[in-house]
Ligand binder design. Sequence first.
Ligand code: ARG
Length: 543
Amino acid sequence: MNLEALLAARLAVALEAVAGEPVDPVVRASQHADFQSGAALALARKLGRAPRQIAAEVAARADLAGLAEAEISGPGFLNLTVADDVLVALLAEPVAPPPVEPQRVVIDYSGPNVAKELHVGHLRSTIIGDALARLFTWAGHDVVRVNHLGDWGTQFGMLIEHMADLAPKRALSGPSGELSLSDLTAFYRQARVKFDGDDDFRTRARLRVVALQSGDGPTRQMWQRLVEQSERSFVADYDRLGITLGAADFAGESSYQDQLASVLDELTAKGLVVESEGALCAFPAGFTGRDGEPFPLIVRKSDGGFGYAATDLAALRHRTRDLKGDRLLYVVGAPQSMHFQMVFAVGRDAGWLGDAATAEHISFGSILGADGKMLKSRSGETIKLADLLDEADARATAPAVGIGAIKYADLSADRRGDYVFDWDRMLATTGNTGPYLQYAVARIRSVLRKAVAEPGPVVLGDPAERRLALALLGLEPVVAAAIEHCEPHRLAVHLHEVAAAFSTFYERCPIQSSPSRVALTARTGDSLRLGLDLLGIPLPEVM
Ligand code: ARG
């Protein structure tokens, strides 16, 4: 049961009676009381009356009997103190998902590129996207995970041509016929060097692009091998990270190729495409370049090819029209913000988005190194995810601890901001960290193992017990808000508050022979486990 919502509902009735119209009760958890409402302050300003007087009127009218005590405080706040027996009764109910109208939610996340290993740039998308997928699923939505793999484009010309050069030497496949992706990254680099330095190679690479696009058999086969190998390696990384994306969720850029011409036709028929410098472009309203001129979204390039934007338009149409998505989420870094705003604007103009479906760019900041710049390896290269996970394994006491530390550090910060990647801070067992939460669960497990009392009815005597009870009851509204705003950090931060409240309770209140405290402890363990699971943070067997 959502205590905040219950209190808000009661206050809303009183506020409406005083104001003569509906007023948001703005009930929030507070340092000064269990909850506080500042609604009287805003209302007083609007009515031109004394705030404390309004607060008194609301308190007098509100039907809080048996639920809470209201007290006027400061300039006109209402401090709400919930009755103990209400807290106890609510604690007896299991944590429930927020009531929602089930939707089909398509979540686009991770989106790595073929022949490039998953690197830290994709880490945030993968971690945040997966937490959202778990949260939306728990809320009862029908979640479709989409991994928009970068598996198409002109770079495949040089990759395949390089492959063809090496093929006779069997350099690409050992006796087992397999090639690891770290070889593939080196392979990408070699191809790039040749492409930049060798005119003849460059010409052949361009012809290879044409061969790939026109469906030439051997070219397609080589491309297929590159894609499959990459997919295998990504799935291995996901498994290691505890990410719920699987092989079936890949819908790479290539999968939209046969829809691009029809997307162009449809946009043209709807009058949304004009020619500009040989390219076919959409000019959605409100987007201007530095010079103030309308800014184009290029649907077809002047050389006749389709690029990233066209593919995203096709993907958008597919997700609304064919997948029947109601809500589309794109978990992609902040630098692509303009791209998505333009794609969505064209989608609205085309009628794919609107009443039937909405789209949101779930943007996030960068991972920074200790120097405050984008996280790089010591030699200045982008860090491969697999290397990062190896380092986590080496530094942490168990793989789950290292992974939990990385995920929690990412999820506990507001996604819109950057955050600094700092092993020592992330792995600390004190403070706002993954290991601290994992440790709290482990401690609860051991307390319960040693308990002599069976769990019984909860009695809230000590202030620490009350604080823990309130923190536990705060989980439901927090999960609801994390889902509503696509902000997993709200849940992460709250779990830390629960663990901190438990820690104070544990220090002040002997647990083992108290049925009430054993029950509170068990309930805390359940809540932390649920919350961590919704974030995708694993628990180590032992700690
Ligand atoms: N592959 C892209 C990149 O690495 C991310 C894909 C994001 N999703 C999308 N629908 N464009 O930047």
